[in-house]
Design a protein around this ligand. Structure first.
Ligand SMILES: NC(=O)c1ccc[n+]([C@@H]2O[C@H](COP(=O)([O-])OP(=O)(O)OC[C@H]3O[C@@H](n4cnc5c(N)ncnc54)[C@H](OP(=O)(O)O)[C@@H]3O)[C@@H](O)[C@H]2O)c1
Length: 283
């Protein structure tokens, strides 16, 4: 499958492995090791996941040349602001046992994200990150950031799966050259996605599972997807999507599954803003 080319020309694998909610560090290390064995070359972590060190250990032990693997991580709300972001970045590099990141993201559209962005611009210009971006930015904040910055975000990592397709946001992102990265591409297993009749019917035609159909549907649209699993066979299954293509009818049938609203994270509410501001972590 073709890589995803970002607005600055940097290329990211279109399919990666995510490690959110893998709190057991041995399990995280095993998961990353399996993913690398299966051929994944993009690993997505975050300061607030508390598992950057395990990801770094797995990468070191895999002994794959650093330039052949892309690593993305994120700065959390409490670390925002210019100085805090630089400090968090240094810890992230130390944990991941590397001297640069491929992609560095602002995790939430809250707090002093303008200050964080100034830090990200500097890190990018110093060559310490290959690309910079944001997560969970809705159109108003995305445009605000673009209009008040030297460098526009290259990526917006957003909740994106068949039940939440983010059509309006993706249109704005496309107009601004901001690439979509799908978090919870498998809807975190919610709403019975793995037993969904439409996905099962499509999958049967190709000898593929609903998970593989969804990941193919995303990547075929040029959307980077970063599914998480702690099970070796599922990690392999999720990567095994390069040998089939969905036709126009399949794509249309999956598009019709959209509910138009977030299933997992509604960032645009006082409840979520309050809840997320309350989450702290040690790096
Ligand atoms: N930027 C953000 O705000 C943000 C937010 C959330 C997530 N993310 C990133 O996106 C990544 C993916 O999102 P996510 O972890 O929330 O959800 P996800 O990848 O959509 O779903 C993960 C869930 O699906 C199960 N699963 C995975 N593959 C499966 C398969 N082939 N068959 C059956 N079940 C399967 C996993 O269970 P098992 O592990 O038991 O297999 C897990 O319960 C995260 O790991 C993280 O890197 C970013």
């Amino acid at each position: 499958m073709e890589d995803l080319q970002l607005s600055n020309g940097f290329e990211l694998p279109i399919l990666g492995y995510g490690v959110y909610q893998i709190d057991d560090l041995d399990e995280c290390k095993r998961g990353v090791a399996s993913a690398l064995d299966d051929g994944y070359r993009l690993i997505d972590t975050a300061a607030c996941y508390g598992n950057e060190r395990a990801v770094g250990d797995a990468l070191s032990e895999a002994a794959i040349p650093r330039g052949e693997v892309s690593i993305s991580s994120k700065v959390w709300i409490q670390q925002k602001g210019y100085e805090g972001t630089i400090q968090s970045f240094e810890k992230t590099l130390m944990n991941l046992q590397t001297d640069y990141l491929d992609l560095y993201l602002i995790h939430m559209p809250y707090g002093d994200y303008q200050g964080s962005w100034r830090a990200m611009e500097d890190l990018y210009e110093q060559g310490r990150v290959r690309a910079i971006g944001v997560c969970n930015f809705l159109p108003d904040r995305l445009i605000d950031l673009i209009l008040s910055s030297r460098i526009a975000p290259m990526v917006n990592q957003i909740e994106l799966h068949p039940f939440t397709q983010q059509i309006a946001l993706r249109k704005v992102m496309a107009e601004q050259g901001v690439a979509p990265m799908a978090w919870a591409p498998l809807a975190e297993g919610r709403r019975g996605i793995f037993d969904n009749p439409v996905l099962k019917r499509i999958g049967q035609r190709y000898g593929k599972t609903p998970a593989q159909v969804v990941l193919r549907w995303l990547t075929q649209q040029g959307i980077c997807a970063i599914p998480k699993s702690v099970h070796e066979e599922r990690i392999r299954e999720n990567h095994n999507i390069a040998d089939f293509s969905l036709d126009d009818d399949d794509m249309h049938d999956i598009s019709a599954m959209d509910t138009g609203v977030p299933l997992i994270l509604d960032v645009d509410t006082p409840e979520e803003a309050t809840r997320l501001h309350g989450i702290s972590h040690t790096q």
